[in-house]
Design a protein around this ligand. Sequence first.
Ligand code: NDP
Ligand code: PMR
Length: 400
Amino acid sequence: MAAMTSSLQSMKPAATVCQHKAAIAPAAAPILLQKTAFQGAQLQARQTRRHCLSAVRTSATATVEAPARPTTKGPTSSAPSDKATQKPTVIITGASSGLGLAAARALGQSGDWHVIMACRDYSKAASAAAAAGIPKANRTIMHLDLAAFDSVRAFVENFRASGRRLDVLVCNAAVYLPTAKEPTFTADGFELSVATNHLGHFLLTNLLLEDIQSAPADSLKRVIIVGSITGNTNTLAGNVPPKADLGDLRGLASGVDGRIAPMINGGDFDGAKAYKDSKVCNMLTVRELHRRLHDSTGVTFSSLYPGCIAETGLFRNHIPLFRTLFPPFQKYITKGYVSEDEAGKRLAQVVSDPKLSKSGTYWSWSNDSESFENQVSEEVSDGAKGQKLWEISEKLVGLA
Ligand code: NDP
Ligand code: PMR
């Protein structure tokens, strides 16, 4: 295991690319950013964003299973009575593998839910749904690339055009880039893990809140953002270096002026830390959503740590030795291991169990699979930091 830790600590920056470079016309070649060229410098961000985003828009509409020509501006125009007769609907981001797929299966197979699988790879999601045995009638696959704000907005329009009610949103998708030597920046100009795991979900949640609010009276009305033990430094797992630490958020804040920083705290790029920081953002966002919006909307906001699901695609970018040793380490040494199936049931429980209705909660499970309200770290419980993160994020995603 020392090898795992040292492999994480030895990461050094290397090359930086625009996420959508394959979709960009030759004229846009200069926007393939090199770290040295932009570090601390003002970017031609608007031009970059416009160009990459038009490419994303094309691919998004081409792969949507639901109606592909959205016309609605706010929540769908279907009569409320239509929605009252529909099954409750849950949107799960990143439902093409791992935890998201397992939760989609648990909910889809229950027969009580319609699951919108919000995925960036349509074919992969379709094969995964079929292999998992999620009945076709109980699921819809819709394209969503969380690493592109334009795709998030297109997803929301497409969802609204489908005429479905929305009861629960699960922000589950994530990327973990522990061996990356250089940051990857999205077309919008943000480090890939923070953009995907935090900013994309932040925008999605804000846009879909009004849809959840207008769900029929019997709705559970929930927003769930998947957190992790590794973002909580009040645990042993959270103290494995590199530790999560957003600092004063100066790196993230510099994006408001169009500058690009590889890390939220303004430091040098570290892929493992970027992931853990993004999980801190997820858990801070849940607490801030609760503080700002629970009383006025009646929506329940929660986060969770489902256990260590040591065999998911999350570790696809880790070194082979890690992928071999990590599952037995978690099974026999830390005893933190949980199967995808069990973790999926846990997430499905946070979606559907009327008892798990306390807003602002970070759920965890004991070894006998009993849910309990867990404690978060000092950083995750820092209300001032949560507020600051919210205000910066609103500006970065174009909501303020
Ligand atoms: P997986 O890699 O299996 O699942 C991640 C999902 O996110 C995939 O479906 C992936 O899509 C999707 N995704 C990645 N980037 C994007 C994007 N830009 N747009 C849309 N979807 C995207 O990992 P897990 O199931 O382990 O992770 C799920 C959640 O669980 C994450 O939030 C993770 O932080 C959390 N978690 C995981 C733990 C674990 O031990 N595994 C422990 C604690 C929390 P694709 O299939 O196309 O790659
Ligand atoms: Mg951890 C009780 C101990 C515990 C638990 C529950 C986890 C979960 N880990 C624990 C302990 C340790 N880990 C210890 C003592 C070490 C040092 C040997 C260790 C190392 C380690 C590495 C190198 N652990 C890791 C990594 C990763 O690359 C994973 C990671 O940080 O991903 C972000 C990881 C994880 N350990 C966990 C969990 C749940 C993960 C991964 C998933 C996540 O947080 O999303």
